[in-house]
Design a binder for this molecule. Structure first.
Ligand code: G1P
Length: 291
């Protein structure tokens, strides 16, 4: 069955990016000129997703406005003859069918995903965490969906990290299956480095079978007193195979340094400013060497 649904939890407060996120949702912070959340939605659409549910919280109205029509702006652009901008603004509202539901209490990522059950129903679906950006030319989601088609099971995305970073991620106990693909024997949320089963970390792209909802129902509060998606994945992995596809090229845009890296790499990739920006970086590097 072709996967058409994606769930994007956007209820987080973005405390790692204060003061920018005091009155602006962290998902709306731009990478060059495009809000991070739009990059995530575009990534979903490229992989064939047509239906997106955002699990929101208080203070996230501007995300809904961003993906809606903007009559006043469109009228203004039309009157001024700014047709390229008009096309761009309209296209955002037509990317996919986007729905919203509220996570009323911040009970954790697992709880946010459980809020999607009535919308998604009994079908496989994708979960995308908007703090994680993937290099646009990396067809990660496409590859994950192909693994899902082949095995009919849930598939996570994973990267290699330093052992000292284990306490930031869901850490995987892997069993090799084929190149770039492992089966998850177990997974543990944010372990202390010495307790981590490996240096393979889950990142925020998941393809789930609907049985994840049963696992979530059985999941008690875990790390930080929250209902953890990782704990539900661990339960699911004991009942049916769960795979992880390893890849490179992920940015954590909730982290200041990684946000800068994402901005630089995505800017270099652009047709409009890429070559000028590259020349500037080369000049900057030369100046730094001289000083
Ligand atoms: C979440 C998940 C964690 C995963 C990480 C990937 O943590 O709980 O398992 O490894 O995303 O970015 P967060 O970064 O939201 O604390």
């Amino acid at each position: 069955m072709k996967v058409q649904n994606a769930v994007i939890p956007v209820a987080g407060l973005g405390t790692r990016f204060l003061p920018a996120t005091k009155a602006t949702p962290k998902e709306m912070l731009p990478v060059v000129d495009t809000p991070a959340i739009q990059l995530v939605v575009e990534e979903a659409v490229r992989a064939g997703i047509t239906d997106i549910l955002m699990v929101t919280g208080r203070g996230k109205r501007s995300i809904e406005d961003h993906f809606d029509r903007s009559a006043e702006l469109e009228h203004f652009l039309e009157a001024k003859g700014k047709f390229d901008e008009l096309k761009q603004v309209r296209a955002i509202a037509e990317l996919a069918s986007i729905y919203y539901t509220r996570q009323r209490d911040p009970l954790g990522l697992g709880h946010a995903i459980a809020c999607a059950e009535t919308h998604v129903g009994d079908k496989p679906f994708v979960v995308m965490l908007p703090d994680d950006l993937v290099r646009p030319r990396t067809p990660l989601l496409d590859r994950m969906l192909k693994v899902h088609e082949r095995y009919g099971r849930s598939v996570l995305a994973a990267i290699e990290v330093g052992r000292d970073e284990a306490s930031l991620y869901g850490m995987i106990e892997p069993e090799p299956v084929e190149e770039d693909l492992v089966r998850i024997v177990s997974i543990i949320e944010k372990p202390a480095p010495e307790r981590s089963p490996s240096t393979l970390a889950a990142i925020g792209r998941y393809v789930f079978t609907p049985e994840i909802f049963d696992a979530l129902r059985k999941t008690p509060p875990g790390h930080g007193g929250e209902i953890q998606l990782t704990d539900a994945i661990n339960l699911l992995a004991q009942e049916q195979a769960v795979y992880a596809l390893t890849f490179e090229g992920r940015f954590d845009v909730g982290n200041k340094l990684d946000y800068l890296r994402a901005t630089v790499e995505l800017a270099l990739d652009r047709d409009d400013i890429g070559s000028q920006f590259k020349a500037y970086l080369a000049e900057l590097a030369r100046r730094e060497r001289l000083s």
